[in-house]
Design a protein around this ligand. Structure first.
Ligand code: HEC
Length: 288
């Protein structure tokens, strides 16, 4: 149990996923504490809530700082992402970056509440309430973007991807046959038959799907992930190229791919969908 926890803690993405829940909870419980401290001012109970509020925001400041630091480490592992994924990442960082400082300011103002001066005392108590509300709102925004990053853009899948690439490129002299298969067969198929429509530069990515990166495939389009590594039969991409669904026959408006081509894609997914980033330049005039 403890070992599992330490293992998870050593991984920046897991660490970030765990610590971000503290700010979410603390910022919510902080609000009623701050309100009670303000309402019951100059009473014994009010004083207790003043201390509780200060302690909550000190804890919030610390947890926001740890969340930010682990977030930076996690980002390095996020792997290649589609343009919209990168945008989401920027939003998430932008919202979360200086939150710990907001919380530190609340601590300072809450500290002023202990000054024995009526105006300072009352003013600071209500300022803390306002700050608590704004901070909670901003944290909710940050959490929303974070959730989208993981669940819609496969940000955490970058770790699996990095592991797969590491496996493929280890053993310097001989390349992994799965990587060779990707380079020689799969990538050319995607380039020739799919990427013209499913690439990130197209304004309206066909079906919302970007097939030029692994993150794009894992995040998928409007109908969900395009591939499930190891499970061709659960991969929408295979359904599409097999013409198994009359409403989803790819490549769109073209002949069905040859049996060998479909088998090559099947083998690739069965073997874990090993991937290597490559650059794709869409044809100059986007012929349809
Ligand atoms: C001529 C453009 C075009 C080409 C080429 C093309 N697609 Fe598509 N694809 C689309 C459009 C448009 C949609 C969304 C509308 C639909 O479902 O018909 C789509 C949807 C999909 C979807 C479902 C996305 C979702 O989540 O709804 C998959 C999977 C897919 N394509 C796979 C492929 C594969 C694999 C290839 C190459 C073998 C390919 N497509 C080639 C235009 C294209």
């Amino acid at each position: 149990m403890m070992e599992r926890f330490l293992d998870a803690w050593a991984d920046p993405q897991m660490r970030h996923a765990m610590v971000v829940h503290f700010p979410i909870v603390l910022s919510l419980v902080g609000i009623p504490f701050a309100v009670l401290a303000a309402l019951w001012q100059a009473t014994q109970r009010g004083r207790v809530f003043q201390w509780v509020t200060l302690a909550t925001y000190l804890a919030l400041t610390a947890s926001l700082y740890v969340a930010r630091e682990s977030g930076h480490d996690a980002e390095d592992l996020a792997g290649p992402m589609s343009e919209s994924g990168e945008q989401e990442m920027e939003e998430h960082e932008h919202h979360g970056h200086d939150l710990w400082q907001w919380s530190a300011v609340i601590c300072a103002v809450a500290g002023l509440g202990f000054v024995r001066h009526r105006v300072v005392h009352i003013g600071s108590a209500w300022l803390v309430v306002v700050g608590a509300g704004l901070t909670a709102e901003r944290i909710a925004h940050t959490a929303d973007h974070g959730g989208r990053l993981v669940y819609e853009h496969g940000a955490a899948a970058g770790r699996d991807l990095a592991a797969l690439i590491a496996v493929s490129t280890s053993g310097d002299t001989e390349i992994d046959p799965r990587l060779a298969h990707f380079r020689e067969q799969v990538m050319p198929i995607l380039v020739e038959h799919c990427l013209r429509c499913h690439n990130p530069t197209r304004k309206k990515r066909a079906g919302g799907l970007d097939q030029s990166t692994m993150a794009g495939l894992l995040a998928g389009g409007y109908s969900g992930p395009a591939i499930v590594p190891g499970r061709p039969d659960e991969s929408l991409l295979m359904t599409a190229v097999r013409w198994a669904d009359p409403d989803l026959q790819m490549p769109l408006n073209k002949d069905k791919l040859s049996d060998e081509t479909i088998a090559a894609l099947d083998t690739w997914i069965t073997d874990g969908a090993v991937w290597e980033p490559f650059s794709y330049t869409p044809p100059a005039k986007s012929a349809r």
